[in-house]
Design a protein around this ligand. Structure first.
Ligand code: CP
Ligand code: NVA
Length: 340
């Protein structure tokens, strides 16, 4: 079979159903609201769903009759399609709602939107500007609310990316991830996720961009417990640090909610580009990652994205399987017959 997948991981630990059952009916606004055991159980379920879909008996209809409302204040390709195709695959249904095409454009508020949508659907996924919008949705929706990206965090992305890293390297313990470029929602969620799952994390970003000290402190506190190494450099790290890096991760310099003078910043930021030259200074077998969309020639170069040192495409595809696992945990019945 023609496939773009990494197959270093051959099998997964049995699914910790008890850990997943405790997620039922809850929101997913941040990975830190869940334990390491629960995140690992989601990975185990995602592994099973992926293998059933690609090589087994097909995706079980674990969400038959369930509907997900998806509200977007910002554009999306991956998040929208992976959630929609993921719901469909599980026997459910997803609705795309451009916030500007709803009554919110005429100033209906999030509270009333949450009360209304949760009356029709089984969960709400939202991509918003402010994290507190998600908190408002969660407060007024009795059904689970999922963070599909905010200005501060992108937890679905990172839950999935850690799955991709585990899949490729066969483990998370001992893996060292470096994020270089402009630090933002993806990078801060990555710091938190790495800290939770015991992955070493290096942040290489000019100090002027390292603004969310609260999240960084939280990641450091979590890392003390898990044993992850957390470090920040306001330049590219020295050779001896790079030598231990297994994953070089980056994201667009200018997020959807930002405005940067990229022409002026180019000489500074281009030093943080993820490319083959950087991978050559990292550990043997080091891989490039990017959440996408990418601006080729800025934070990443095009050749590394399509090289054998790229995890970018399995990374994008795995979003669907990991979010399916999340949806099953939050909305599904893990004790039903079709989940066996
Ligand atoms: N990575 C990601 O969330 O992509 P989209 O903006 O296309 O959803
Ligand atoms: N940091 C980017 C991620 C896009 C998926 C943004 O917020 O635009």
């Amino acid at each position: 079979m023609k496939t773009t997948h990494s197959h270093h991981q051959k099998e997964m630990k049995p699914i910790n159903r008890k850990a997943l059952r405790a997620m039922r009916g809850k929101d997913f606004l941040n990975t830190t609201h869940y334990s390491r055991e629960q995140l690992e159980a989601l990975h185990a379920l995602a592994f099973q769903l992926k293998h059933a879909h690609l090589y087994g008996s097909g995706t079980p209809p674990l969400l038959e009759g369930k509907t997900l409302a998806m509200v977007f204040e910002k554009p999306s390709t991956r998040t929208r399609v992976s959630f929609e195709a993921g719901m469909f695959g599980l026997g459910g249904h997803a609705l795309y709602l451009d916030a500007q095409k709803t009554q919110m454009s005429r100033s209906e508020d999030w509270q009333d939107t949450a009360r209304t949508l949760s009356g029709y659907t089984d969960a709400i996924m939202a991509r918003v500007y402010e994290q507190r919008t998600l908190e408002t949705l969660a407060k007024y929706s009795p059904k689970p609310v999922i963070n599909g990206l905010s200005n501060s965090l992108h937890p679905c992305q990172i839950l999935s990316d850690l799955f991709t890293i585990r899949e490729h390297f066969g483990k998370l313990e001992g893996v060292h991830v470096m994020y270089s470029g402009v630090v933002d929602n993806v990078a801060y969620s990555l710091a938190l996720g790495c800290a939770q799952l015991g992955v070493d994390f290096t942040l290489a970003t000019p100090r002027m961009f390292h603004t969310n000290q609260a999240i960084w402190k939280q990641a450091q506190t979590i890392a003390k417990k898990s044993g992850s190494l957390m470090q920040h450099f306001d330049s590219m790290p020295p050779a001896k640090v790079l030598k231990s890096v297994h994953v070089a991760y980056t994201d667009e310099w200018e997020s959807m909610h930002m405005k940067l003078d990229k022409a002026k910043l180019f000489p500074t930021l281009s030093k943080y580009q993820v490319n083959e030259k950087l991978l050559a200074q990292c550990a043997k077998g080091a891989m490039a990652m990017h959440c996408l969309p990418a601006i080729k020639g800025e934070e990443v170069n095009s050749s590394v994205m399509y090289s054998k040192h790229s995890l970018v495409w399995p990374q994008a595809q795995n979003r669907m399987y990991v979010q399916q696992a999340l949806l099953v945990a939050l909305l599904g019945d893990l004790d039903s017959k079709s989940s066996e």
